[in-house]
Design a protein around this ligand. Structure first.
Ligand code: S3P
Length: 427
């Protein structure tokens, strides 16, 4: 789907965005192996979280969905059934990597496959720890989907993550639920801790201190009612649109503000953005609140590197666009992981920014974007990646003439209502 996007003067009003994708995946999977019923409110509406639910159904889990409420009948720790066909994770790396941890704990064989993009993403990062735990797991050429897994009989291990990845951390912790003893994961830098929060809430014995997380197995979890906060990674597209378009004044309500996810707010502030944050308590053990942002002030720019890059990895495409229009420009380093996301996000961002007239140098782990660019209307491409689609839809709103965005439909992977929500607040 190609979409024509015309420049807009501003966005204004108030929006509430769909539930957090990362948190939704986790509660769906954990509720499936918990005992009792779980009701998940504000479950993420994107295709990725639907892929997780579809895989769970193929494992014998009964669930019902009414709008954004999902009710899951937990099957308990030993209740999943062998699937009769390969499980399809679609475009979703989180589904594949986290569900592999659960499947490694099951005494049956399963195959997990994905779409063309997911089939090119590295899986050795979960194959290695799951093999250490005793699962028989293999991938195409030893490292790519589809994955075949024969689980059961796991042993607890101590695993030091070679890459900063919440998906890999979560995969090992989920496998640890089925391994007698204490499974320990050590992370090199802090990554999102939604799995740890959810595991504690559902009754697992989990400790976390200074980057060392330990879970005790075998664990028995209890289903819970959970209201999922809105996705801060989706909110960032609206924050950026408001910052780019001078006539803007936008409020975003109910946004998840978990400190391991909200680093993007500090990065935006360091770049010179004025964003008001009003925390409004906790839902599901996750801080949430309202954001208010006004447009008009040009951003300064700056540098994103080291642990900060890992903390804002999903927001880099949007931050890069803001960098091009900032006064001093933006340098992004230590983001090699961007090359193995839904597409090579360094290449995709550099290509689109250059088409819009920006001056960008590409590095193996990032890019340097010269500031002061007046973005030009252009032929843009999502490269099949939801975050690239939304980042450049926003860039196109701030351009000097209209743009065509090829593959705009990719936004539905995390945020199917993205374009209609944007229209609802467009001046
Ligand atoms: C996610 C972790 C991150 C992130 C992805 C969602 C998660 O991936 O980029 O969008 O829900 O745990 P990595 O674990 O590969 O860093």
């Amino acid at each position: 789907m190609s979409r024509l996007i015309c420049p807009a003067p501003g966005i204004a009003g108030e929006v509430t965005l769909p539930g957090d994708k990362s948190i939704s995946h986790r509660y769906a999977m954990l509720s499936a192996v918990a005992s009792g019923r779980s009701v998940l409110e504000n479950y993420a509406t994107g295709e990725d979280c639907a892929s997780t639910l579809a895989c769970l159904r193929s494992l014998g889990v009964r669930w019902e969905r009414e709008g954004d409420r999902v009710t899951i009948e937990g099957r308990g720790p030993d209740g999943l059934q062998p699937p009769s066909a390969p499980l399809d994770a679609g475009n979703s790396g989180t589904t594949m990597r986290m569900l592999s941890g659960i499947l490694a704990g099951q005494p049956f064989a399963s195959v997990l496959q994905g779409d063309a993009s997911l089939s090119k993403r590295p899986m050795s990062r979960i194959i290695a720890p799951l093999r250490q735990m005793g699962a028989r797991i293999d991938g195409r050429d030893g490292q790519f989907p589809p994955l075949s897994i024969r689980g059961g009989g796991l042993r607890a291990v101590r695993y030091e993550l070679p890459v900063a990845s919440a998906q890999v951390k979560s995969c090992v912790l989920l496998a640890g639920l089925f391994a007698p003893g204490e499974t320990v994961v050590v992370e090199p830098v802090e990554t999102r801790d939604h799995t740890e929060i959810a595991l504690r809430r559902l009754g697992a014995a989990l400790s976390a201190e200074g980057g060392t997380i330990a879970v005790r197995g075998p664990a028995s979890l209890s289903g819970q009612g959970t209201r999922i906060p809105s996705d801060i990674s989706s909110a960032v597209f609206f924050l950026a649109a408001a910052l780019l378009l001078p006539g803007s004044d936008l409020r975003i309500r109910g946004v998840g503000l978990n400190p391991t996810r909200a680093a993007v707010l500090q990065v935006l502030r360091r770049m010179g953005a004025r964003i008001e944050v009003r925390p409004e308590g906790q839902g599901a053990g996750e801080l949430e609140g309202t954001l208010r942002v006004r447009g008009g002030l040009p951003l300064e720019g700056g540098e994103i590197a080291g642990a900060t890059t890992a903390a804002v990895i999903d927001e880099i495409p949007m931050l890069a666009v803001l960098g091009a229009t900032s006064k001093r420009g933006l340098r992004i380093r230590d983001g090699r992981e961007l090359r193995v996301k839904e597409t090579d996000r360094i290449e995709a961002v550099v290509t689109n920014l250059r088409r819009m007239g920006a001056d960008v140098s590409e590095f193996p782990d990032g890019m340097a974007i010269r500031g002061g660019c007046r973005l030009r209307g252009a032929q843009l491409d999502s490269f099949g990646d939801h975050r690239v689609a939304m980042a450049f839809a926003v860039a196109a709103l701030a351009a000097d003439s209209s743009s065509q965005l090829r593959g705009a439909g990719a936004a539905a992977v995390s945020f199917p209502e993205f374009f209609s929500t944007l229209e609802s607040v467009s001046a």
